[in-house]
Design a protein around this ligand. Structure first.
Ligand code: G3P
Ligand code: CA
Length: 334
């Protein structure tokens, strides 16, 4: 639900956390939404069609593609602008001379390659502990291919939506690849197909360019910074400054816990501003210190009132969400 509608309802007395609960936003799920982060990336190489398909099969509420742009202007799914971590490009001698230094990385960069060239690469698992069984099987998907997958899933009865992030728009503009027109057209196609959609970005100024031009819900991603004294994460500016034009915030989960793991008020503060709160990233194989299990972490986040979680292992997050909602509802009347 758009923020201005939520604020209006709050003024009419329909306030509180339940108004920002994501069940009201999308109709996709009951309770906080579960976003398959880079697909079901805990189980398959991230940002591959097989990773997205597994997320759909698990019935994640949203599938998350991170987008970058090729040299010839195609939107494709990668988390990074460099290619060595998630593809087999190092095994392609024909591209050896394209390696260069940028931003401290001696690597191959996505905007130096056409789509046809990128399509010759195969995706690999960037986290060795997750295994390499599925490496080398699929190419980098285009946004068009992802949209076709989602349309086919919808035709099969899926209610899942897309939670699309544009990576590094200022850098793409700097290298002469402004993604805005392609993104607006793509978002129009997604909404036109009746697929629920969020559009997220760390660059708030860039998100502003989309205000009033798309029906997608806009989410400002916020990392925060580590406070030297307390060693916990804090915002770099008051929350109200982030939330003027967007429908929600995508928060680094570290912002929810202050010194000694004591919860901060950030979720309630965001809700008071009419903003949804989605947090990243929940990983079964990377649970924060002081928390015993990923289930305990999820329960804590849900009890703090978050409206959604980005999860590498969406099945675990869905189970925890459903258990949390059952407990919250209490015993059924006979
Ligand atoms: O977009 C939410 C979350 O994915 C942000 O972190 O770096 O994994 O894209 P990142
Ligand atoms: Ca992302």
């Amino acid at each position: 639900m758009k923020r201005w509608i939520k604020l209006g309802l709050m003024m009419l007395g329909f306030g509180g956390g339940e108004m920002t609960a994501s069940a009201d936003v999308s109709g996709v799920s009951s309770g906080p939404i579960v976003i398959a982060h880079r697909g079901a990336s805990g189980y398959r190489p991230e940002h591959t069609l097989m990773s997205y398909k597994l997320g759909l099969q698990m019935k994640a509420d949203y599938i998350e593609p991170d987008l970058v742009m090729t040299k010839d202007g195609h939107l494709v799914a990668r988390h990074d602008i460099y290619l060595s971590g998630t593809t087999d490009i190092a095994d392609h001698p024909e591209f050896a001379d394209r390696k260069r230094k940028l931003e401290g990385h001696d690597d191959w960069f996505v905007f130096d390659f056409t789509l046809n060239e990128l399509k010759t690469l195969k995706a690999i698992q960037p986290r060795p502990k997750r295994g390499d069984v599925f490496d080398g099987q699929e190419s980098i998907p285009t946004m068009d291919e992802i949209l076709s997958l989602m349309k086919a899933a919808k035709a099969d009865g899926s209610k899942a939506g897309l939670y699309i992030e544009m990576k590094r728009p200022a850098l793409f503009k700097k290298v002469g690849l402004d993604p805005t027109v392609a993104l607006l057209a793509m978002l129009k196609e997604v909404t036109g197909a009746g697929i629920p959609v969020y559009f997220q970005c760390f660059d708030g100024a860039y998100l502003n360019e989309f205000v009033g031009k798309t029906d997608a819900e806009l989410i400002w991603l916020i990392e925060g910074k580590k406070d030297r004294k307390s060693k916990s994460y804090v915002l770099e500016a008051p929350l109200a400054l982030y939330g003027t034009n967007v429908d929600g915030v995508g928060l680094n989960k570290a912002l929810l816990l202050g010194p000694e793991g004591k919860p901060t008020s950030i979720v309630d503060d965001a809700h008071a501003l009419g903003l949804d709160v989605h947090v990243w990233t929940i990983r079964n194989d990377q649970v924060p210190k002081g928390i015993r299990s990923v289930e305990e972490e999820l329960k804590l986040l849900f009890s703090l009132g978050v409206d959604g979680v980005f999860a590498d292992f969406p099945d675990t997050a869905l189970q925890s969400r459903d258990s949390f909602m059952l407990l919250k509802a209490g015993p059924a009347d006979d």
